[in-house]
Ligand binder design. Structure first.
Ligand SMILES: *Cc1c(COP(=O)(O)O)cnc(C)c1O
Length: 263
């Protein structure tokens, strides 16, 4: 039996969380260009009351990494929260994800199987399409999920799982909206802010190539390069990510504090 989820927070905790949001936002604003990136606080393993405190301060976008945790929190928190799911989604959890009516954005789509299961389980009366980012494994690390990136030497005729999935979503998944690309990136690469981050460069390059190939193949309804969002940057490297053109940063530790180990 689990405890009922409490949404009560102390004034001190609310102040702390709001100050953290403001200070991260200031660092973003200091380097952002004309298009303002979205700041998504990642609240995994943190109590729903933390989210409620920021919700009451006016924030609406929140991200979670474990599907059952997001489902449990979404059930008790206000329905106008725009949830982002940033963890890997196993196909047998697709239906569960689709049941969250205010899941705004699945940031980690990387298989046609999951796309089809989502398409099948999204209720027909859902208010808007479910936005998806395709997750790209820009660092090539075995420990990271995601599809292989594209480079300028990839040609339209060469087969790529990423291109195939993008086309599949656009042409066969009317309940999904392909909104952009996401990367986690390597930890090592995020620690030298004096140089462009290779993961962020690779994600940008992949977006450019994807847009070019979709246009070349004349895929109806495909977005242009500048219409595809990039989700990159976390606590350690969000400033660098924004400098390199990120549209959505996912910040956990800097907002909520260190996370305890889950088990
Ligand atoms: C936990 C998590 C984050 C936030 O990480 P921090 O380093 O705590 O900011 C961002 N993205 C994903 C996919 C995560 O799982």
């Amino acid at each position: 039996m689990s405890e009922p989820i409490s949404l009560e927070y102390t004034p001190d905790r609310a102040t702390e969380l709001k100050e953290n949001m403001v200070s991260v936002q200031e660092e973003i604003d200091a380097v952002a260009g004309s298009s303002k990136p979205r700041l998504v606080p990642i609240s995994k393993i943190k109590p729903a009351s933390d989210i409620k405190a920021l919700y009451d301060a006016g924030y609406r976008h929140f991200g979670e990494n474990y599907i059952q945790e997001m489902v449990d929190k979404a059930e008790v928190l206000p329905k106008d929260i725009k949830w982002h799911f940033v963890g890997s989604l196993q196909s047998n959890k697709s239906k569960l994800a689709a049941s969250v009516s205010n899941l705004y954005l699945l940031e980690t789509l990387s298989s046609q199987k999951v796309a089809d299961l989502l398409q099948k389980s999204i209720p027909s009366d859902r208010e808007s399409k479910l936005n998806v980012y395709l997750q790209v494994n820009t660092s090539g690390e075995d420990s990271k999920s995601g599809l292989s990136p594209l480079t300028s030497s990839s040609s339209a005729s060469s087969s790529s799982e990423l291109v195939d999935l993008a086309i599949h979503v656009i042409e066969h998944c009317p309940s999904l909206n392909l909104l952009g690309l996401m990367t986690i990136g390597s930890f090592e690469a995020s620690h030298d802010p004096s140089k462009p981050n290779p993961d962020f460069e690779t994600l940008k390059e992949t977006r450019k190539e994807l847009a070019r190939i979709l246009q070349e193949k004349d895929v109806k309804g495909a977005k242009k390069e500048e219409e595809l969002e990039l989700s990159m940057g976390m606590s350690a490297d969000f400033v660098q990510a924004v400098k390199e053109g990120s549209n959505s940063v996912r910040v956990g530790t800097r907002i909520f504090g260190e996370r305890p180990k889950k088990h």
